[in-house]
Design a protein around this ligand. Structure first.
Ligand code: G3H
Ligand code: ZN
Length: 280
């Protein structure tokens, strides 16, 4: 069933587990994410970036994902990930997405609160919840290079309070893309942010983050965890293996069936790590 993000994050926040937000951009990624969630009896979030919309087409992707979410046996959120374009954010809200993220990190410092607050007001008017980001992450997502900053726990409290957002994405040393060897989460900072901020906290850039760090982050208040790169790597590695082992293959569906199986396994492993399995 299609649900709002509050319906999955509030119980997670209360019970101390996290819900995975997996980036999807076509039929196969969406099928893998929903299949894994159904096998694990877990709520799940399908995250759609602006680049995914550009790639697949807004109407195509919206029709596909909302229909799949509605027919699913488990709660599924269709969520705009890192929305920066106000027109796209508003269009997602009015066209059936059940959650949006507004990423204010690329705006000038003095415009971040005002713009996020305006979008939050619009979002709430449509009974949709909103995730906000203030500080930005290092690394690369969708070919966009980010600037890594650290969330200041005091500034975070003001940002959440003034904007009225429902979930807050933290910058605590996490980075998008394949992790660098020195990437390490700043747990004392996360602990302080969690003390200052009442809404569920979100960890972006969690591909490749060691399971022990993920578990510690959840124990300190992370309720939503974003995964993209790990699924892309699984997709590409499977394509590579299938073609190397079957150079004469003529039916793409045979290859994509293997791709879906591999991605489903990745999502299942993450769901268990995040502790959202069996929560339905
Ligand atoms: O918004 C999406 C993510 O933060 C995914 O990051 O590619 O490092 O898994 P990742
Ligand atoms: Zn992200």
């Amino acid at each position: 069933m299609l649900v709002t993000i509050n319906e999955v994050l509030k119980p997670a926040h209360k019970a101390g587990y996290a819900v995975g937000a997996f980036n999807v951009y076509n039929l196969e990624t969406a099928q893998a994410v929903i299949a894994a969630a159904e096998l694990e009896n877990s709520p799940v979030i399908m995250a759609v970036s602006e680049k995914a919309i550009e790639y697949a087409g807004f109407d195509n992707l919206t029709a596909l994902l909302i229909e799949m979410a509605e027919r699913s046996k488990v709660p599924v959120v269709v969520h705009l990930d890192h929305g920066t374009n106000l027109h796209t954010v508003k269009k997602c809200i009015t066209c059936g997405f059940s959650s949006v993220m507004f990423d204010a990190s690329t705006l000038p410092e003095n415009e971040r609160i005002r713009t996020t607050k305006e979008i939050a007001k619009f979002t709430h008017k449509h009974d949709i919840m909103i995730e906000g980001e203030r500080d930005g992450l290092a690394g690369q997502e969708d070919d966009i290079e980010g600037e890594g900053r650290y969330t200041n726990p005091e500034t975070a409290a003001v940002f959440v309070e003034e904007t009225n957002i429902d979930a807050f994405a933290v910058s605590i040393g996490n980075a998008h893309g394949i992790p660098t060897p020195d990437e390490k989460l700043d747990f004392p900072r996360l602990e302080q942010i969690a003390k200052n901020v009442a809404v569920p906290l979100v960890l972006h850039g969690a591909s490749g983050t060691p399971p022990s760090q993920i578990k510690q982050a959840i124990s300190l208040g992370i309720s939503k965890i974003n995964i993209d790169t790990d699924l892309r790597l699984s997709f590409m590695a499977t394509v590579h293996d299938v073609l190397i082992n079957n150079p004469e293959l003529k039916d793409p569906r045979k290859m994509l069936t293997e791709v879906k199986k591999a991605m489903t396994e990745v999502v299942k492993t993450k769901i268990r790590l995040f502790g959202s399995n069996g929560r339905i």
